[in-house]
Design a protein around this ligand. Structure first.
Ligand code: ADP
Ligand code: MG
Length: 446
């Protein structure tokens, strides 16, 4: 929510809603709040001592050791914040928030920098340790938001101009409204098209033409070794990639893009590749020099079309980079983490722009991402990365989306079902009837 309001205005705004109670209590000092800020990369500027000391100071609930174990942070206790990666800092911030004694726990974007495995695990931990408390989460990964919450507010409007907060809805209704682009209670349409999920069914035995294939390949980088099994991609096909961090996804993308040579094996065909790297580099050029008007419009970059790339935010630069990739003439388009730094609306839009482009031009693509809903929306088949992060990685597939997700989710012990209205994937709450039923049958993703 942007803008400032007086306490009275805020209480009046939320009059009659569940939130009025929060804010009444908050402002009268009856609610103790523990807050995880959005920008965890700022922690090293504020805290210079070890993670262990940092956490010990906050441990009002006496659950520090449990949380450290649940979040897999044992190895980082002796380190200083400046020595940690973004994902590690995020988990420190979440741990420090949870171990304080409070009535209301607030998490601003807890999923940033985390891989899919860490996201789902972190969500589970947040839920477990806020069970008897109030919690408020701001999040762009809709699967996590769905899993974490009971009630959802949709915030919409025009970025940097105005924002409106909807009435609270059940999490199912709230997220479905968001996907549909329409709020029933407010009678308000905020997007022209709903996001459509198709039910993924087992791929039929179609005779399709291969566009790209590769042999069994191996690549060693320092202490890390990646094994890629031989496979192929068909014309018009979209292959998603899932796996934890440091398992070789970017290495795979670089090999496919011809930026890295494998030690063993090779690509079978020389074809033209357009590649969006994970870490996007900026330069002095202006947005309207690197992108055509049509692409600027499609990606909602009008507000910054006259700016230099150097001056853009992470999300804006991400969108420019997606646009540049799609503007190239190629046979295969590779996107390494296109949803990083994008908000939900931007993710939905970018996914749609990519999908429409591929359909219209009959091109194939490879997309690596940690947003499961995005991968589900985009992918025809999925390549699973497995192994030991930082040590060895290997690929399985590409295979049917459901099968791939099933294999991956089984290792996490989290089950998904499809929403009956929108078909979007939803996590089952741990221990729910559906969760137990599906686990018994080995159906982690249906
Ligand atoms: P992912 O994209 O799945 O997070 P990467 O492919 O970027 O993983 O990296 C896989 C592993 O290889 C990581 O442990 C990373 O530190 C290591 N690695 C990547 N590039 C190099 C390099 N040039 N030299 C040494 N190790 C590297
Ligand atoms: Mg990567």
């Amino acid at each position: 929510m942007g803008g400032k309001g007086t306490k009275e205005e805020v209480i009046k705004y939320f009059a009659g809603t569940e939130n009025q109670r929060y804010f009444d209590m908050l402002y009268s000092g009856k609610v103790k709040v523990s807050f995880k800020p959005q920008k965890v990369e700022k922690i090293p500027e504020v805290f210079k001592e070890s993670i262990k000391l940092l956490l010990e100071k906050s441990d009002e609930r006496g659950i520090m050791n449990e949380i450290i174990e649940e979040l897999g942070m044992e190895e980082n206790l002796g380190k200083k914040p400046s020595e940690l990666s973004g994902g590690e800092l995020q988990r420190v911030a979440i741990a420090a928030t949870l171990i304080k004694d409070a009535d209301l726990y607030v998490f601003d974007e807890p999923s940033s920098y985390l891989d899919i495995k860490q996201r789902l695990n972190t969500a589970r931990v947040i839920r477990k340790y806020t069970k008897e408390k109030m919690a408020l989460v701001v999040e762009h990964d809709l699967i996590l938001l769905d899993y974490l919450t009971d009630f959802v507010h949709v915030v919409f409007g025009t970025p940097a101009v105005y924002g409106i907060v909807s009435q609270p809805m059940s999490n199912k209704e709230g997220i479905n409204s968001y996907i549909g682009g329409f709020l029933t209670m407010e009678n308000m349409k905020f997007r022209n098209e709903p996001l459509k999920f198709v039910k993924k069914t087992a791929q039929k035995e179609q005779i399709k033409e291969k566009i790209f294939e590769w042999e069994n390949m191996e690549k060693k980088l320092g202490d890390f070794k990646l094994k890629i099994n031989s496979s192929e991609i068909m014309i018009s096909e979209m292959v998603g990639c899932i796996g934890p961090n440091a398992i070789g996804k970017t290495t795979f993308a670089k090999i496919m893009a011809g930026e890295l040579k494998p030690d063993k094996g090779n690509l079978r065909k020389k074809i033209k590749i357009a590649y969006k790297p994970q870490y996007v580099k900026s330069n002095e050029q202006k947005v309207n020099k690197v992108l055509k008007r049509k692409m600027i419009n499609q990606l909602n970059l009008n507000r910054v079309s006259n700016e230099k790339l150097d001056g853009l935010s992470g999300g804006e630069l991400q969108k420019v980079s997606i646009g540049i990739t799609l503007s190239q003439e190629a046979d295969i388009y590779i996107f390494d983490e296109p949803s990083a730094h994008l908000d939900v609306e931007e993710k939905i839009n970018a996914a749609r722009v990519i999908k429409n482009f591929l359909k219209e031009n009959e091109k194939a693509a490879i997309v690596i991402d940690h947003d499961l809903m995005l991968l589900d929306f985009l992918s025809d088949r999925v390549l699973v990365f497995d192994g030991v992060p930082g040590k060895k990685g290997f690929t399985k597939g590409p295979m049917d989306v459901g099968k791939a997700m099933n294999e991956f989710l089984e290792t996490l012990g989290i089950t998904f079902r499809r929403d009956d209205q929108t078909h979007r994937p939803r996590t089952n709450k741990e221990g729910s009837v559906k969760d137990k039923e599906q686990k018994k049958k080995g159906n982690y993703y249906i």
